[in-house]
Design a protein around this ligand. Structure first.
Ligand code: ATP
Length: 360
């Protein structure tokens, strides 16, 4: 039985003097699931979160928590836990007092509160730190205190706004795992804001990609990454190649796209586009292959390697296919084909199933 509540937003908007920060956001989130709002700066993520929390009044629309309309319920009556990037701990209180604060506000009996504080401090790995002051803690420890404080009163919903933004990469990865672990263990419903796409992919049950105050994609991490529904999402999440093409009617019913920059045609699933339309072939760098005679591909183009970036377990190559067309190809560094040298010619290929034709 999840502790968390379900959440639904209906046509939520927020205008500032005519400017639409959020322009009609609708979504529903199952109890116990993890939703990430992902999007570029200014796309409306924080504003959406603030409306759910009750810190910003919607211009229109409705917010339901477990089916109950809370649109006009004051923030402190919404039973929501929040974690921000800058911890926002009280410096004059000990760690235990910080974590116990929401319980004091809710007039929970002292002995029960002390037990709960200790339980949640242990849960975030700080069982021995209750008497310290927050300035005696590292950034990661402070963020764990903030997390314990947000969870200690068993909120129906937990909202997190870039909670790991201030931490170094290693600590961030560790905290991602810890947050995810607590979320599944306690069955929490979480709405998480980040502009770190990797974080969104690893933590979420679903990702809502926001652009200009609207949700342009709502899907699982796998779908968001592998079969994005539009060019914005394809370009925003992960590395991408976009090759301009024109959909052509192929003889014999096959699907074909013509690449004007190279004046060649390739096999592609163009079924959702009318012949004659301009489109782009979208393909991830790791789906492109540098091929030789022993590994021919259906679609194969000749190019010249113009750059290499060493990434540790893999390398990213830039390959020029024509005067106006360059692609990036990612290849594991061990056990794959012959060496690639910058300045040398090579063949780049892909399977039609590994590419998607998207509207230009
Ligand atoms: P970031 O990733 O930079 O935090 P965000 O996606 O969270 O961005 P919001 O903070 O929700 O974006 O802001 C959305 C838009 O609304 C921005 O263009 C912002 O300038 C505008 N905005 C936000 N708060 C206000 C305000 N109080 N008054 C006027 N405009 C605002």
């Amino acid at each position: 039985m999840p502790l968390g509540a379900s959440l639904s937003l209906h046509e939520l908007t927020r205008f500032y003097e005519g400017f639409g920060a959020v322009k009609g956001v609708s979504l529903s989130l199952e109890a116990g699931s993890f939703l990430t709002l992902l999007g570029p700066s200014g796309s409306g993520k924080t504003t959406t979160l603030m409306m759910i929390a009750g810190f910003a009044e919607p211009t229109s629309g409705r917010i339901l928590v477990n089916g109950r309309d809370v649109t006009h319920v004051p923030a402190h009556q919404r039973d929501i836990g929040m974690v921000f990037q800058n911890y926002a701990l009280f410096p004059h209180m000990t760690v235990a007092e910080n974590v116990g604060f929401p319980l004091r506000m809710r007039k929970v009996a002292k002995s029960e509160a002390a037990d709960r504080v200790q339980t949640f401090l242990k849960m975030v790995g700080l069982g021995e730190y209750g008497r310290r002051y927050t300035h005696q803690l590292s950034g990661g420890q402070q963020q764990r205190v903030a997390l314990a404080r947000a969870l200690v009163f068993s909120p129906s919903l937990v909202l997190m706004d870039e909670p790991l933004g201030a931490l170094d990469r290693r600590l961030r990865l560790q905290m991602q795992e810890e947050i995810k672990g607590l979320q599944s263990e306690l069955g929490l419903t979480v709405v998480y804001v980040t502009h770190d796409q990797e974080e969104a992919l690893t933590m979420s049950d679903n990702i809502a990609v926001m652009e200009g105050g609207l949700i342009t994609s709502y899907a699982s991490p796998r779908t968001t990454y592998e079969t994005p529904g539009n060019r914005f999402v394809a370009g925003f999440v992960g590395e991408s190649n976009f090759i301009r093409c024109r959909v052509v009617e192929a003889a014999g019913g096959g699907s074909t796209a013509h690449i004007p920059a190279l004046d060649v045609s390739v096999e592609a699933d163009t079924s959702s586009h009318a012949p004659g339309t301009d489109a782009v072939i979208f393909i991830r760098p790791e789906r492109l292959r540098i091929c030789d005679d022993s590994s021919p591909q259906v679609n194969q183009l000749a190019g010249v390697v113009t750059g290499e970036i060493y990434l540790g377990e893999s390398s990213m190559y830039r390959v020029r296919l024509g005067p106006d067309l360059e692609v990036r190809v990612k290849r594991p560094n061990r056990g794959y084909g012959k060496p690639v040298t910058v300045g040398e010619p090579c063949m780049v290929g892909w399977r039609p199933a590994d590419a998607i034709v998207l509207a230009a």
